[in-house]
Each structure stands twice: as structure tokens, then as C-alpha cells.
Design a protein around this ligand. Structure first.
Ligand SMILES: [Zn+2]
Length: 280
């Protein structure tokens, strides 16, 4: 559907006949969803030949793609080898995902280790600037979208990610609304709080609301943040008011459902979004 917010799933739908990417894309299309996130979370293993098949499929079916880079990324690593691998994971994701025709890719930028958050910020900023240059000079046409993370012990609060956007021209972001809710032990869950998030983003750059990369799911959490993802209806996550806020703030972009019941909840989000649009 050609609506401002395109809704998809994190990875191949569970109901896909086969768990390969091309079958997954067909299933997305059958379900009437708009796209999916390529899950490179355990490494970028897709070949360029497959990527070229993928781009044909999604163009033929009018779907969108985003990508999630490997988990083994730490832009604050002190170890040369880990840092080299971090760069490789990010650059490989940018290269293969852009070949697939993906619009944006996300990643969890860094761990604080034992460093002060301000010091980590400067390190992440310098390395991301460097990576962004390499991605642009490599000719990869894709949005770079560091993600808000789910635990207060991990780099990636909304304000940290937004400060990166303020300092790196053209940097996008991925707002994981479930992570923000879990990271704050239950905040960010009302219409007013969702509007405040969107206002904070617009204050940095209103254009960020035009290609927003978003993650949504139910979530279980404690004072330490995220424990695990849950189906929307088994959690307290207020997806209805989130969608209302996104419509009010005229957000456009890509909303990826990361619930354990992937497509079932993605369809619930899609139906709810359509109802809100009809009433607006
Ligand atoms: Zn993530």
C-alpha cells in the first residue's frame, strides 16, 4: 500500500513455505505487507548474486527492504581486531543491503564498557563520521540508521542517537520504540510521550521524520531494561497511541515489527494504522 508509513516484518515471515529470502518476499506480498528487514544479525552471509535476485523481486512486487547489521558491532572497542570487524560488519551490510535495494540499515552502535558516556559518544562520533565517508565514497546508496538500544547499560539512548544525527549531516536513525520503553523501565508509552519523542527528533532536523526507520514489538523489561520481545497483546506496549502519534506528526518511513509472532503482529499494526488514517 502506498501510505506514508510502510509496515513490514523483521526477517522471513514464519508462515513462509520455505525459510529463504525469495520465498520470504513472496509471502510478504501475499500477506499484503509492505516489506521486510533483512536480518544480517549473525553475519552478512548473502552473496552479491543473491542480492541481485532480491532487488529484482522487491522491485517487481513493489516492496521495501531495510537491513539489520550484525550484533557483533562495537564502535567503542579498544581491540584492533574487534574494531576492524565492526567496520567490516557495517560496510558489508551497507554494500549488500544497498545491492538488495534496501532503503536503510540499522545497527546497535556501541557498548560503554567502563567508559564515561561522554567519552564513548566522542569515540562513536569520530568512527561513524569515518564510516559514513567510506559508505558514500563506496557509492552505496542507503540510509545509515543507528538504533536506540534497550538497556541503559548500552550506548544508544534517544538523546545520544539524536546528538549523532545533529553532528553528522545526512545520518538517519532507527527509533526502536519498544527499546525506549524498556530502557526507561516503562516510560515512553503514552500518546504525549510518543509525541515528545517525535518533537525531539524534529527539533534536530524535521526531515528525519520523513524516512524514519522504526522498530516495534511488545516487550518484557525490568530496571535493567529489555528482557525479551513479546507479542503486542501479551505486553503493556501501547502501540495504538504510538500509531496515533505517528499519524499526528505526519511521520513517513519504515516500521518493522519485531514481535515473536512477526507477521501476525505486523498485520495487527497495519490494520490499526489504516483505521487511524480513516478516522484522521
Ligand atoms: Zn536492533
Amino acid at each position: 500500500m502506498n501510505l506514508p508509513i510502510k509496515i513490514g516484518v523483521a526477517g522471513i515471515p514464519l508462515s513462509s513455505v520455505k525459510q529463504d529470502i525469495i520465498s520470504g518476499i513472496s509471502r510478504i506480498h501475499e500477506l499484503g505487507l509492505d516489506g521486510m528487514e533483512l536480518e544480517f544479525v549473525h553475519g552478512v552471509k548473502m552473496s552479491e548474486a543473491t542480492a541481485l535476485k532480491v532487488v529484482k523481486e522487491i522491485q517487481a512486487k513493489g516492496l521495501f527492504l531495510t537491513a539489520h547489521a550484525p550484533y557483533y558491532i562495537n564502535l567503542n572497542s579498544k581491540e584492533e581486531l574487534k574494531l576492524q570487524n565492526t567496520y567490516k560488519h557495517i560496510l558489508d551490510t551497507a554494500r549488500i543491503a544497498s545491492l538488495c535495494g534496501a532503503s536503510s540499515f540499522t545497527f546497535h552502535p556501541a557498548f560503554y564498557l567502563k567508559d564515561e558516556p561522554e567519552v564513548v559518544f566522542e569515540t562513536v562520533l569520530a568512527r561513524l563520521l569515518d564510516l559514513k565517508e567510506q559508505i558514500v565514497s563506496g557509492g552505496y546508496s542507503i540510509l545509515i540508521s543507528p538504533e536506540t538500544t534497550g538497556k541503559p547499560s548500552v550506548f544508544g539512548s534517544l538523546s545520544e542517537i539524536l546528538q549523532l544525527c545533529a553532528k553528522i549531516p545526512g545520518l538517519n536513525l532507527c527509533v526502536d520504540f519498544a527499546h525506549l520503553h524498556a530502557r526507561s523501565n516503562g516510560k515512553y508509552n503514552s500518546y504525549e510521550e510518543f509525541m515528545a519523542i517525535l518533537d525531539q527528533i524534529a527539533a534536530v532536523n524535521p526531515a528525519l521524520l520523513h524516512n524514519l526507520h522504526m522498530h516495534v514489538s511488545g516487550i518484557q523489561y525490568s530496571i535493567k531494561g529489555e528482557i525479551r520481545h513479546l507479542p503486542l497483546k501479551d505486553s503493556d506496549f501501547n502501540y495504538l497511541d504510538l500509531l496515533r502519534a505517528l499519524v499526528t506528526a505526519r511521520v513517513s518511513g519504515f516500521l518493522i515489527c519485531e514481535s515473536p509472532i512477526l507477521e501476525e503482529d505486523a498485520l495487527l499494526l497495519q490494520q490499526t494504522y489504516l483505521k487511524i488514517l480513516e478516522q484522521a
